[in-house]
Design a binder for this molecule. Structure first.
Ligand code: ACM
Length: 557
């Protein structure tokens, strides 16, 4: 199936771009560590011990003060104490759900007593310093207690992700494991550099079922990623029910790249994803790409085409050939009704309207289309998010607009134009942050039009200074997109996301002062047993000194 998926024209490889890409791939090879031959799993540097350490957390916290020689041990009788009402109780319940299967302990949740911290784990929605803000936390680990303080449920949830990484990796196991369940002593005070840390999943090129999306949400939350952008429509498929336009899902969603059966989410399923994400403090950002990338819609409704003729469904991987008819009134009724239904299902603040690679839409029509569509988003009480092409000077700025940069260059006039008019930027440079790019020439999955992205390439850049003319204050955050032309299964998703996703997550969360490749590669190595316990099949990059897999003979230094 994957072979047929790749037999169509290569995504985005138009001639000029192809030349740029070839140069970039060459420079990526020169600039980074030498790439390993296919299938080799070298482990340069010393293998790491398996015990968790306070300095192993990803993303790197703002401040870590280990207390040498102090260790907390979770006992079978431990309780999780909360203060702060339902928001704290919900996080405590989530924590017990994580730890019960592996520890076998009951870990009942109960109200924290007043006064000194109770033995066990306390999650307290008070007394955290203002500096931690609305996403940060303070974690104190002594021999007697683990105390997590925050000002919001989100802050507590983020602190719990840190606590997870301080427990032994086998705490992530789905079955009861032997203790002891130790946490290294000390204090961590932490808050994010950027408010928006995102991952994107393309469920249009290959459809991915609800359970896969939920598990991906669980995985990204471990690294304090707080947005999941769902690319819900493209040439190859429309993946969400719209009651007013039912053929979008039933016909437009009936196939995918390579010709498989595709699929779509019912409204109840989409809401189930949204609710699951909310329990993990993740906001869903739904994208309906327009006016290009719309063959599935055009095939479903002939009247959306300028010539009134519906094209056939499309299962290849070319881009830039489809367009809603920007000069027909019915197009605007269609867009308004789709956005209205999607907004009603989406509690998050953004509706993403795509706007990329609209080569089949004449430029003046593109601007006119975007100038009409953006107010539809704001009329729904949502902010516009779009790929950075919506930053064109003749496209009106709407309040709260966010442009998502996916280019290959270090400056971009469309982005600077949007920023000068008040837009914020989410940074997803394709040659750094695209999780569907191959790691090396032998990677069996993925594309390479933006270059090869080894772990160091994904890590070694600064979202705050990357684009000329875009100051850090205009950067809302980062996002790691996963396009799925070649990504068919959940295993495929995990292999391409790990270990690069934690690298992008760290760029979004950690202070720039903590940025250090040598330290990061050691912390990343320490995550491997955790991923194994979680059942994540990851890419064993030769750039990372992975511990030897359990049961294997340790690599020689
Ligand atoms: C994109 O990769 N066309 C946003």
């Amino acid at each position: 199936m994957r072979v047929s998926a790749l037999s169509g024209p290569s995504r985005r490889l138009r001639p000029v771009r192809a030349a740029v890409v070839a140069l970039m791939a060459a420079s990526a090879c020169l600039g980074g560590a030498p790439l390993a031959a296919a299938g080799t799993e070298r482990s340069p540097g010393k293998p790491r011990p398996l015990a968790a350490s306070m300095s192993d957390v990803i993303p790197a916290p703002v401040s870590v003060r280990p207390d040498a020689g102090v260790t907390f041990t979770l006992r079978p009788s431990a309780r999780i104490h909360t203060r702060g009402g339902q928001a704290a109780t919900a996080v405590a319940t989530y924590l017990t759900g994580l730890l019960r299967p592996s520890t076998g302990y009951a870990l009942p949740v109960q109200a924290a007593p007043r006064g000194a911290p109770a033995p066990g784990i306390s999650l307290l929605l008070d007394a955290a310093e203002p500096a931690v803000g609305d996403q940060g936390y303070r974690l104190d680990v002594t021999g007697a207690a683990v105390v997590l303080r925050a000002r919001t449920g989100t802050g507590l949830f983020n602190g719990v992700q840190t606590l997870r990484q301080l427990l032994p990796a086998r705490a992530e196991s789905a079955t009861v494991q032997p203790g002891p369940w130790t946490v290294p002593g000390g204090r961590i005070v932490d808050h994010p550099r950027f408010a928006y840390r995102g991952a994107m999943l393309d469920v249009a090129r290959h459809f991915h079922p609800v359970e896969t999306v939920k598990r991906y949400i669980d995985r990204i939350a471990l690294y304090k990623i707080n947005h999941l952008h769902l690319h819900l429509s493209d040439d190859q498929g429309w993946r969400i029910v719209v009651d007013g336009w039912p053929r979008l899902a039933t016909y437009g969603g009936s196939t995918q790249v390579g010709g498989g059966p595709g699929g779509h989410y019912t409204k109840a399923q989409y809401q189930d994803i949204v609710a699951h994400a909310a329990r993990r403090h993740v906001t869903i950002v739904p994208e309906i790409d327009m006016p290009g990338h719309t063959n599935a819609a055009l095939a479903s409704y002939a009247e959306l085409n300028c010539d009134g003729v519906a094209p056939p469904l499309y299962t290849g991987t070319a881009v830039g050939f489809s367009s809603l008819c920007a000069t027909k009134e019915i197009t605007y009724r269609f867009v308004a009704e789709v956005l209205d239904e999607l907004a009603a299902l989406t509690p998050g603040p953004y509706l993403h309207i795509g706007g990329d690679e609209a080569s089949a839409t004449p430029h003046d029509q593109y601007a006119a289309f975007m100038n009409r569509v953006q107010p539809m988003v704001t009329a729904e009480g949502k902010a516009v998010m779009g790929w950075h092409q919506i930053g064109a000077a003749d496209v009106a700025h709407s309040p709260g607009r966010v442009v998502q940069y996916w280019g290959l260059t270090a400056s971009d006039p469309l982005v600077t134009s949007a920023v000068s008019r008040g837009a914020k930027v989410v940074m997803s440079p394709a040659n750094k942050a695209y999780l569907d790019m191959k790691y090396n020439p032998q990677t069996r999955l993925g594309l390479d039009w933006a270059g090869l992205i080894e772990v160091r390439t994904a890590y070694d850049w600064d979202p705050g200074t990357y684009l000329a003319g875009v100051p850090a204050a205009s950067v809302l955050g980062v996002e790691a997109p996963m396009w799925t032309e070649t990504i068919v299964t959940e295993d495929d998703i995990e292999y391409m996301a790990f270990p690069r996703l934690p690298a992008i997550a760290e760029l979004g969360w950690s202070p720039r002062s903590t940025h250090d490749w040598e330290a990061f590669r050691l912390r990343l190595a320490a995550q491997a047993p955790r991923w194994t316990a979680m059942g994540i099949g990851f890419y064993r990059s030769p750039q990372i000194p992975w511990p030897a897999p359990a049961g294997s003979v340790a690599a020689r230094p």
